[in-house]
Ligand binder design. Structure first.
Ligand code: CTP
Length: 415
């Protein structure tokens, strides 16, 4: 497989040589594109010698070449189309900004726009540049567009300061490259129906009963599934999140809306992931006008329909159904009970009593629970975790899992 390493102009550019070697050890055919600034730090010749390929350093034909030669002018399109992944290491603040804003003023930035292959960036810069809101906003934009970010490490920086901004270890970058290559299109042919966000049950025209779900986990699942080649339908209760690209978003508000949206699309789905936090009760009556303050008020609530149970009731052969459960105590016992009661293939179990993970956080730590095992996944960003959960869901399709599910015993494994 062909991997293009983009080298931009930072002091860490010298580390790209070692990265290229490490990628080659994984039997990858590595090509290099350099920005002009990168050539102040390291010579193209180094990379040409390492890779055995011409290093691309500019958009235009070199001086003295035939100006009518169209080959170099379309080179970036060909390079963009034939690569299986583009990994930019080191990625400077400048290159991140250009990628985020679609500026295409050299070969690397043009190739970024022209490629449909997965893109990975490994930023490296001074700590203040890293922490600057402009850089962080650009990273957020890139992450929302499915660019994989290998976070820099903290430590002693070339500028003499100590802090975050040091290029990640090669091992982490290689791991990210292998992971995107391995997962490329492994969900092709699947239609994944995902619910996300927290449903709202109206009390009157201005108030509702809601919950603290941010929708981040469900959106991360939608992005990850789309990136891996699935068709994705995201039934979303209100969130403050931007819709992921190339995902069909169906906006809903109440549990009943969500139920109708899910059930009417169920026959298209091959995998259902119910990440939404769904209201269990709704007001029996909704006031037509705004409720006025007048002494104590008792709300009369009625149960909503359990959408997950309705999905399981209507499931066709081969449909995988995965629920989420946020618990505050006896987490494993409640999860196990829910898995059996609801008849889902798996429950992603979330201990929301833990600090710094779960609701509204960008991080999460979950247990993937099936009838025969409980797999504890490490604390990760929700984006990273989304990939791990999809791996576990896909593993359910494997014959050994189907056999294991007929075993009534519950084996707990934490590996
Ligand atoms: N769920 C659903 N419809 C509901 C309530 C929950 O589809 N009316 C789904 C959620 O999307 C989630 C799973 O069921 O995937 C578990 O949700 P949870 O609220 O934890 O389960 P409940 O059955 O409501 O149990 P309890 O609130 O008593 O813990």
């Amino acid at each position: 497989m062909k991997v293009t390493v983009g080298v931009s102009g930072g002091i860490a550019a010298y580390k790209s040589a070692e990265l290229i070697r490490d990628l080659q050890k994984q039997a990858l055919d590595v090509h290099v594109v350099m920005t002009q600034a990168a050539q102040h730090f390291i010579q193209p010749l180094t990379f040409a010698a390492l890779t055995g390929h011409k290093v691309i350093t500019g958009l235009w034909a070199p001086e003295g070449a035939d100006p009518g030669d169209a080959a170099s002018a379309i080179e970036h399109i060909e390079a963009a189309q034939t690569t299986d992944a583009l990994v930019v290491a080191p990625a400077t603040a400048d290159i991140l900004a250009k990628f985020a804003h679609g500026i295409a003023d050299d070969f690397l930035t043009t190739m970024y726009l022209a490629t449909t292959a997965p893109v990975i960036v490994a930023p490296a810069m001074n700590v203040n540049m890293w922490q600057h809101p402009a850089t962080q906003a650009n990273l957020e934009t890139l992450a929302a567009r499915n660019v994989r970010i290998v976070q820099p490490e903290s430590g002693y920086l070339a500028c003499g300061m100590i802090g975050a901004g040091r290029l990640a270890e090669n091992e982490a970058i290689v791991e990210a490259v292998l992971s995107v290559l391995h997962h490329r299109n492994d969900l092709a042919g699947e239609t994944v129906l995902i619910t996300a966000g927290g449903t709202r049950e109206a009390l009157d025209p201005v108030r509702f009963l809601g919950n603290r779900s941010s929708g981040k986990m469900g959106y991360a699942m939608a992005e990850a599934a789309q990136r891996r080649g699935a068709r994705v339908i995201l039934v979303s209760a209100p969130t403050a999140l931007r819709a992921p690209t190339n995902v069909e978003v169906v906006p809903v508000i109440s549990t009943e809306d969500m139920r109708n949206a899910v059930l009417s699309r169920l026959d298209q789905a091959t995998i259902v992931i119910k990440a939404a936090a769904v209201a269990d009760y709704r007001p029996r009556m909704q006031a037509g006008q705004k409720l006025r303050r007048s002494g104590p008020l008792t709300l009369d609530l009625e149960p909503t329909e359990d959408i997950l149970a309705a999905v399981v009731e209507r499931r066709r052969q081969g449909l995988l159904v995965v629920g989420f459960a946020a618990e505050t105590e006896d987490v494993l016992a409640h999860g196990r009970d829910k898995l059996l009661r609801k008849g889902a293939d798996a429950i992603v179990l979330n201990d929301v009593s833990r600090e710094g993970v779960g609701f509204d956080s960008d991080r999460n730590a979950v247990t993937f629970l099936t009838r025969d095992r409980a797999m504890e996944l490490p604390e990760l960003t929700k984006r990273e975790l989304a990939g791990r959960i999809l791996d576990e869901i896909l593993a359910l399709r494997q014959p050994s899992q189907v056999l294991a599910e007929t075993d009534a015993g519950l084996r707990v494994s934490g590996d």
